[in-house]
Design a protein around this ligand. Structure first.
Ligand code: ATP
Ligand code: ZN
Length: 291
């Protein structure tokens, strides 16, 4: 049997489930080369001193807290629920979901005020308790280990506190959201102890790669042609990283403008560019963005 290389950095990721594929894709996108298809307990990267541990997501917060792994990729919801001592290093842009309180549609619970003295079922008792405490609401928490959405129909609870991403599960079970307890996405967490100091250099190398990939995913590169006199307007509407690159065209009085713009406001920028007089706008993906 293969053994863990104890000198190497270790990162724990979910072996199967909602975060599994995106976690592997993120590491591979950052240039870490390893076999993920067999999902053995762990894999060693071929081109970076790191071991990837494939585990249940429930174990990741404690593994990172206790130093079984130096790093982990897990939903923020679990980090918050377990109240572990780890550092949240990066938000990873996938696994988005919200922990919501929901109750049967058309029933007696329509707002947060109505949950007083009611039974709320959840797999996130610590997070829910904190939420109730902060608002001074007194309600009883029914702990579940799954299928929380079924508990009102079974009369085990009056409302639920559960993770949703699209809301389909709530609708199917005739539940309506009442309030948001926590917004979550996958995050990179790091151990706080001395193991991490020994790996600081490799952690920083990995972070640079991950940040470059995440920044690139949020950026588009555009090239457009414009009359020279449109430049002042174009400069003012392009959010760019710095200022756009401007190059003269053969056609006198015209220039080519290149800029990297945030994905988030992409269409606003394109519309503003066109209104400023730019035409023939070419857009490409950015593979890496190193800052
Ligand atoms: P494991 O077998 O590893 O214990 P699991 O069944 O507990 O897996 P998944 O359902 O795969 O966990 O969810 C993993 C994480 O995905 C959640 O902790 C949460 O951060 C995120 N997530 C994203 N969307 C949703 C959703 N709609 N419902 C539940 N979790 C979601
Ligand atoms: Zn789990």
């Amino acid at each position: 049997m293969e053994r863990l290389n104890s000198d190497n950095l270790r990162i724990a990721v979910q072996s199967s489930g909602r975060l599994a594929d995106d976690s592997v894709a993120l590491l591979q996108g950052a240039g870490i080369d390893f076999d993920a298809y067999s999902r053995k307990l762990f894999a060693s990267a071929r081109n970076f001193p790191i071991e990837i541990l494939f585990v249940r997501d429930d174990n990741i917060p404690e593994y990172v807290q206790d130093g079984v792994a130096d790093l982990g990729i897990v939903g923020r919801n679990l980090v918050v629920e377990r109240q572990v001592e780890v550092d949240e290093v990066l938000s990873l842009g996938f696994g988005h979901c919200v922990l919501v309180i929901a109750a049967p549609r058309g029933g007696p619970i329509a707002t947060v005020d109505d949950i007083t003295e009611r039974r709320i079922a959840t797999a996130y008792p610590a997070t829910l308790a904190r939420y109730l405490n902060e608002r001074g609401i007194c309600a009883s928490i029914v702990e579940t280990a799954g299928a929380t959405e079924l508990t009102p129909a079974l009369d085990v609870a009056d409302a639920i506190c559960d993770l949703v991403s699209t809301g389909t599960t709530l609708r199917v079970n005739d539940l309506a959201p009442i309030d948001t307890v926590l917004a979550s996405e996958a995050v990179l967490i790091a151990h706080r102890g001395s193991r991490v100091d020994a790996h600081e250099r490799d952690i920083n190398r990995l972070l640079l790669r991950l940040r470059s990939l995440l920044a690139a995913r949020q950026t588009k590169y555009i090239m457009a042609n414009a009359p020279v006199d449109a430049l002042p307007r174009i400069r003012s509407v392009l959010p760019g990283l710095r200022s756009p690159t401007v190059m003269p065209l053969d056609d006198e009085g015209w220039v080519a403008v290149h800029a990297a713009i945030p994905e988030e406001t992409f269409w606003d920028s394109i519309e503003a560019l066109r209104e400023s007089g730019a035409s023939e706008i070419l857009v490409t993906e950015v593979e890496k963005l190193i800052q």
